[in-house]
Design a protein around this ligand. Structure first.
Ligand SMILES: C[S@@+](CC[C@H](N)C(=O)[O-])C[C@H]1O[C@@H](n2cnc3c(N)ncnc32)[C@H](O)[C@@H]1O
Length: 216
C-alpha cells in the first residue's frame, strides 16, 4: 500500500527534492547523501573508469562521480527522470531500462552504485537486481549501495512516518532483511556495512571476486 503523496512527489520534482532535502538532514545534508557512494569507493577505483548508477533517477547521485571524472552511465525505467537527468547532468550516459534486466554487457563496470533505490523492489526482484549488478561488474569491481536500515530509537518514528507517506511495502519488507548476508549468498565478497544517520541508513560495499564462478 502507498499513500497519495508518493505519486505526487514523483510527478512534481520540487516535492521530491524537498522531501529528500529534509530526510537527508540526519546524514549531513543532501550533498553528503548523494556523495556517499563515491566517498566509499573513490580511493579503490582507477580514476576515470566506467561506473554504473543503477536506478539513477534524475542523476543526483551520479553527479559526484561525474565531477570526480568517472565515466558514468545512469539506468532508470522512467523517461521523465532521464530527461531531467539529461538537462541537469549532460555528461551522464543514459539508458532507459529495467534494473532487473539491464540491457548492458557483462563485466562492463568498475563500480555499480544503487543509491536509495533497492527498497523499491520486492524481495525476488531485489535479488535479481543484485545478481545483475554482479554480472555487470568487472572481476574485482565494487558495488556500493546506500539505503534504508531500521532506525535507532531517536529516528524510529520519523522513519516509520516517512515510509508510510512516501514509500511502498517493499521498503518495509527490506527493513526486515539482512542485506549483507544476501550479498554473501549471491557471491559478493568483502561485504562491509556501515550504519549512518542514527542507524536509519546503511551503506554497504561489496566486491565481485577477482576470479569467480558467479553467473547471472
Ligand atoms: C528513490 S529514486 C532514487 C534515485 C537516485 N538513485 C537518487 O539517489 O537520487 C528510485 C529510482 O528508481 C527507479 N526505479 C524503480 N524501479 C526501477 C526498475 N525496475 N528499473 C529501473 N529503475 C527503477 C525510479 O524510476 C526512481 O528514479
Amino acid at each position: 500500500m502507498t499513500s497519495f503523496l508518493r505519486p505526487l512527489a514523483y510527478r512534481h520534482r520540487w516535492i521530491y527534492d524537498t522531501v529528500t532535502a529534509i530526510s537527508s538532514l540526519s546524514v549531513g545534508g543532501v550533498e553528503r547523501l548523494r556523495g556517499l557512494g563515491l566517498e566509499a569507493l573513490q580511493s579503490r577505483l582507477e580514476p576515470g573508469g566506467p561506473v554504473l548508477d543503477l536506478c539513477c533517477g534524475s542523476g543526483e547521485a551520479a553527479a559526484p562521480w561525474l565531477a570526480a571524472g568517472f565515466s558514468v552511465t545512469g539506468l532508470d525505467l522512467s523517461p521523465l527522470a532521464l530527461s531531467l537527468a539529461a538537462r541537469r547532468h549532460p555528461d551522464l550516459k543514459r539508458v532507459e531500462g529495467l534494473a532487473e534486466n539491464p540491457p548492458l554487457k557483462d563485466e562492463s563496470f568498475l563500480a555499480v552504485q544503487l543509491s536509495v533505490a533497492l527498497h523499491e523492489f520486492p524481495r525476488q526482484e531485489r535479488a535479481q537486481v543484485l545478481r545483475q549488478s554482479l554480472r555487470l561488474l568487472k572481476p574485482g569491481g565494487w558495488l556500493v549501495l546506500v539505503d534504508l536500515h531500521p532506525a535507532g530509537p531517536w529516528l524510529r518514528l520519523p522513519q516509520q512516518l516517512f515510509c508510510a507517506l512516501f514509500e511502498t511495502d517493499t521498503a518495509t519488507a527490506m527493513l526486515e532483511d539482512d542485506l549483507p548476508s544476501q550479498l554473501h549468498q549471491l557471491g559478493f565478497t568483502a561485504v562491509r556495512q556501515e550504519l549512518l544517520a542514527g542507524r536509519a541508513l546503511q551503506r554497504i560495499t561489496a566486491a565481485r571476486p577477482s576470479s569467480d564462478t558467479a553467473s547471472s
